[in-house]
Design a protein around this ligand. Structure first.
Ligand code: CP
Ligand code: NVA
Length: 311
């Protein structure tokens, strides 16, 4: 039997296929610049295919971008949320995986617990795609890499600087760094560093990873400045954490340290006045809405890879 192409993390695809994904996304995006958003791409490679999306957490971008990606590839998508499906009444992930595999051609899951998506993949007979877990957010990083590349920056040797919480999004950036050979400076307060496993993964792939508590030093001559919410979904709102994060806000003083052509990324939703101030968020170096749009184009590549149509 051909191996099912689950996309639980970026390493499931690997560096070369991710580079191919980015290239394909650039091509498809440019080919449909003047098309209405719901018009399918001319080749409709996923005609007749259905993606089942399961959400255990809120979403705007992931939900809409997967739906639009499927439409543009000629397929369609449907949405379940845990509260209104039998998952919310205790039906197992294993049974849900087997049922959805009989009814849909691929499954996307957003869940609070990475173990659940691993369980889903173990029992599914169709590709399972990670739409965010507590551990990682690989689809976001495909869009981020696409955004970086389309803003004229080559990935090998790139200096990416992260500020704030060592969270799921940072984990996937670190994983990408090892696969695509860029460097990551991580500026977090003590106790909020990313998991060691992801730092080691990046370094094993040849990326340089620097951990520091000095935000200005991390920003020095960086090509890309990135941050995310200080309190991720499912985490308790803690005043102590917010206070520890305050020196890591992305603001003009921090951006002034980076290269003059540095870009600012944020996966959104943003909390203006916390992890980023309004001047930077709305400023000329901010490409956050290109990044949000690129969720569609990046995910089209992820879907094509999962269906074995991109290598
Ligand atoms: N960036 C992102 O995943 O956004 P949503 O939570 O809106 O899907
Ligand atoms: N780190 C954030 C990302 C949201 C897209 C969270 O997990 O809530």
């Amino acid at each position: 039997m051909t191996q099912i192409r689950h996309f639980l993390d970026l390493s499931d695809a690997g560096g070369d296929p991710i580079a191919t994904m980015i290239g394909d996304a650039v091509t498809r995006k440019s080919a449909r610049v003047s098309s209405p958003k719901g018009q399918p791409d001319s080749d409709q490679p996923l005609q007749g295919r259905v993606l089942a999306m399961v959400f255990e957490k809120n979403s705007t971008r992931t939900r809409v971008s997967f739906d639009m990606a499927m439409r543009q590839l000629g397929g369609s998508a449907l949405i379940l949320d845990s509260a209104s499906s039998q998952l919310g009444r205790g039906e197992s992930i294993a049974d849900t995986a087997r049922v959805l595999s009989r009814m849909a051609d691929a499954i996307m899951l957003r869940t609070d617990d990475h173990a659940k998506i691993e369980e889903m993949a173990r029992h599914a007979s169709v590709p399972v795609i990670n739409g965010l877990t507590d551990r990682s957010h690989p689809c976001q990083i495909v869009a981020d890499l696409l955004t970086i590349v389309e803003h004229g920056k080559a990935l090998p040797g790139l200096e990416v600087a992260w500020f704030g919480d060592g969270n799921n999004v940072l984990h996937s950036i670190l994983e990408a760094a090892g696969l695509l050979k860029f460097n990551v400076r991580v500026a977090t307060p003590a106790g909020y560093e990313p998991e060691v496993e992801f730092i080691e993964m990046a370094r094993a792939g040849g990326a340089q990873v620097t951990l520091t508590q000095d935000a200005l030093a991390a920003a020095k001559d960086a090509d890309v400045i990135v941050t995310d919410t200080w309190i991720s979904m499912g985490q308790a709102h803690a005043e102590e954490k917010l206070a520890a994060m305050a020196p890591y806000q992305v603001n003009e003083a921090l951006m002034a340290q980076a290269k003059p052509d540095a870009i600012f990324l944020h996966c959104l939703p943003a909390h203006i006045g916390d992890e980023v101030n309004e001047t930077v968020f709305e400023g000329a170096q901010s490409v956050v809405f290109d990044e949000a749009e690129n969720r569609i184009h990046g995910q089209k590549s992820v879907l094509l890879w999962s269906f074995g149509l991109l290598d």
